[in-house]
Design a protein around this ligand. Structure first.
Ligand code: TXA
Ligand code: MG
Length: 316
């Protein structure tokens, strides 16, 4: 269990927070909306640590935070409407879900294997200072244990995650107090509201000069249709396999040794970190029949099994 440090938002505290991120640790950081639980978005292992700390029973795609729009340009491709919204609302409580650039270097666990990425440039000065000091993309969901409300003070974060994360950077109370507005785009580049938030639909439509496509649901990813885009390998999957049958590619875990392994040591955090990269690898290998070793249904194993069951479910 890590000892959770409370860091002051001064030069020293920000440097310490950036060092923790560089070492693959987790730092809760203040943003104008709510506190986020940040980790290096380029490291699957660091991002797995976020899910472990939150005790989340499923892997949701995470928002990546960057210091400025130039850093966002390196990660995603902007349609005209996306560019207009970025110009109008960044830095600020606006998340844009956009196609990721090939070679963006974002860990597959951040997007749950999707080819789109949610990005945002926060306006909070302490978030901005940390992102600048770190110099890379930071994946951060709200810094609350799964099922609890989003924290808007360092004390809220401490109450929920003490002993589960490396540090909290104290930046005072989050002024907006409501999560960012999330906007996605269809293939023609038309904007759709995926989650209402700190910036209203009217403000967005005024910038676009056009109505938003109908808003899907409270939470973009759980909306019907959104789930369809969730990534799974193209081969069929058999779960709880202890040996490969003829023609199968076995993915091992712990004592079950496969052609590939999620974690030979039987470590759930390592398995979570490898899961989506493994799906991509199976597609690259053109594995048509995939067998996966049993994963214990505890801790991060619950989220891994949730994703494996979805991947194994019959597809149309
Ligand atoms: O204000 C905020 O947005 C805060 C601060 C920390 O930035 N973050 C936040 O993160 O609320 P979280 O993980 O609690 O919610 C992120 C939402 C998820 O519900 C997910 O569905 C959606 O963003 N999301 C992220 N990437 C996505 C993608 N590629 N496609 C669709 N939805 C995505
Ligand atoms: Mg949340």
């Amino acid at each position: 269990m890590p000892q959770t440090r409370l860091l002051a938002p001064d030069t020293e505290g920000i440097a310490a927070a950036a060092d923790i991120l560089r070492a693959g640790g987790r730092v809760a950081l203040p943003t104008e909306t709510v506190y986020g639980l940040g980790a290096d978005a380029r490291s699957d292992a660091a991002v797995a640590g976020i899910f472990a700390a939150k005790d989340r029973p499923a892997f949701n795609p995470l928002i990546v935070h960057v210091a400025d729009p130039t850093m966002a340009e390196a990660l995603v491709v902007f349609p005209d409407a996306g560019r207009a919204l970025a110009r109008a609302f960044w830095p600020g409580p606006m998340t844009l879900v956009l196609p990721m650039r090939p070679g963006a270097g974002i860990a597959p666990l951040v997007t749950a294997g999707l080819s789109t990425l949610g990005v945002r440039v926060p306006t909070h000065p302490v978030a901005h200072a940390l992102l600048t000091a770190f110099g890379g993309p930071v994946a951060a969901p709200s810094a609350n244990p799964s099922g609890r409300i989003s924290p808007t003070t360092a004390a809220h974060v401490m109450a929920g995650l003490l002993g589960r994360i490396e540090a909290v950077l104290d930046g005072g109370a989050s002024p907006v107090g409501l999560e960012s507005t999330i906007v996605g785009f269809d293939t023609e580049g038309r904007a759709r509201l995926l989650r209402p938030g700190g910036i209203s639909a009217e403000e967005i439509e005024a910038v676009l000069g056009a109505p938003l496509l109908a808003h899907a649901a409270e939470d973009g990813i759980t909306a019907p249709g959104q789930m369809l885009s969730h990534y799974a390998p193209s081969g069929t999957i058999r779960l709880n396999a202890t040996a490969a049958r003829p023609g199968e590619t076995l993915v091992g875990f712990g004592t079950v040794t496969g052609a590939l392994t999620l974690s030979a040591a039987g470590d759930l955090t390592e398995a979570a970190a490898r899961l989506f990269a493994m799906f991509h690898q199976l597609d690259e290998m053109r594995a048509e029949r995939i067998a996966i070793a049993p994963i214990p249904d505890e801790g991060l194993g619950v989220a891994i099994n949730d994703r494996l069951r979805r991947a194994a479910a019959p597809r149309g």
